[in-house]
Structure formats: C-alpha cells, structure tokens
Design a protein around this ligand. Sequence first.
Ligand code: FAD
Length: 141
Amino acid sequence: MPNFKEEELDAMIAAECAASGRRQVAVILDRWLPRRLADALLQQAEAPIGIRGADLSKLHRRRLTAAIKGSSIPVAGTMGFRKAEVTAGGVSLDEVDSRDMQSRIVPGLYFAGELLDLDGPIGGYNFQAAFSTGFLAGESM
Ligand SMILES: Cc1cc2nc3c(=O)[nH]c(=O)nc-3n(C[C@H](O)[C@H](O)[C@H](O)COP(=O)(O)OP(=O)(O)OC[C@H]3O[C@@H](n4cnc5c(N)ncnc54)[C@H](O)[C@@H]3O)c2cc1C
C-alpha cells in the first residue's frame, strides 16, 4: 500500500475496525490485501489469529500498520503459459468495427474474444468480452 502514509493507513484501519468491530481484522483487511497476506501480516504484528476489529489494541494496530508499510513484496515472475488465464495482445481494436466486430481491413472477416487485443482483470470481464463480442459478431454475419 505505497500510496498511503503510515499514519493515514493506521487511521484507515482504526476507522474500519471501529465501523466493523465484530468482523475479524483479516476480513477487514480483505478489502485492501489478499487474505493470506493479511493473515501473515497479522502474525508478523503478533496479533492473535482471528482477532476481531473491536479487540485490536492500539499496539497491535500500530505493529500491523508497520508490518504492512515495512513489507516489500517484489513480483518474481509469472507461472508461465500453462497457468495463464488470459492472453494480452491480438488484433488491434482500431482495425475492428465495434458495431459488428467486422475487420476494417478484410471485409467479411469477424473477430471475437481472445483474438482481440482486449483483456481485463480476473472477475468475469474476459468471459463477458468473449460472450458480447461473440454474440455481436454472430448476429452481424
Ligand atoms: C484457467 C483459466 C481460467 C479463466 N478464468 C476466467 C474467469 O474466471 N473469468 C473470466 O472472465 N475469464 C477467465 N478466463 C479467460 C476466458 O476463459 C477467456 O477469455 C475466454 O474463454 C475466451 O473465449 P474465446 O471464445 O475467445 O476463446 P476460447 O475459450 O479459448 O475458445 C477458442 C476455441 O477455439 C478452439 N480452436 C482453437 N484452434 C482451433 C482450430 N484450428 N479449429 C477449430 N477450433 C479451434 C479451441 O479448442 C477453443 O475451444 C480464464 C482462462 C483460463 C485459461
């Protein structure tokens, strides 16, 4: 969370814990951090596993904030093509008419889904893109 100063982050966590005191701190942190990372950071802060927002002491909260700000997690690489979920790159969107998915270069040639230079984050955006462009291309032929 490099975009927040330590004091800002501490205040954010304090506010969330006050607003959702019955929820576990790891669950509260879920909105900013992957759950397993949140668990590891709580452990680093020596806060009890499963501690609820209302029970997080100022000391543990400060340690938690320091653990978040002090942890640098460099991306070491990808897991390769076998684990890849979406392909970036493809036919340039400038070369395709978005009204019918027809090529602007080769009339009668239609594109959809992964063939296009169109990709989104995990969460259904790629399925949606494939379904929508596929439907449109199919309807337009
Ligand atoms: C492991 C995994 C998890 C994913 N999870 C998500 C997710 O949770 N949410 C999300 O939005 N997206 C997800 N995606 C991405 C999503 O699956 C794709 O973006 C989407 O399926 C693309 O649809 P498509 O029809 O363009 O291509 P594809 O689904 O790849 O379909 C292409 C089809 O063409 C066939 N084919 C290839 N060559 C030939 C040929 N010469 N002749 C005849 N047939 C051929 C292939 O066998 C295949 O059936 C995931 C992808 C993977 C790999």
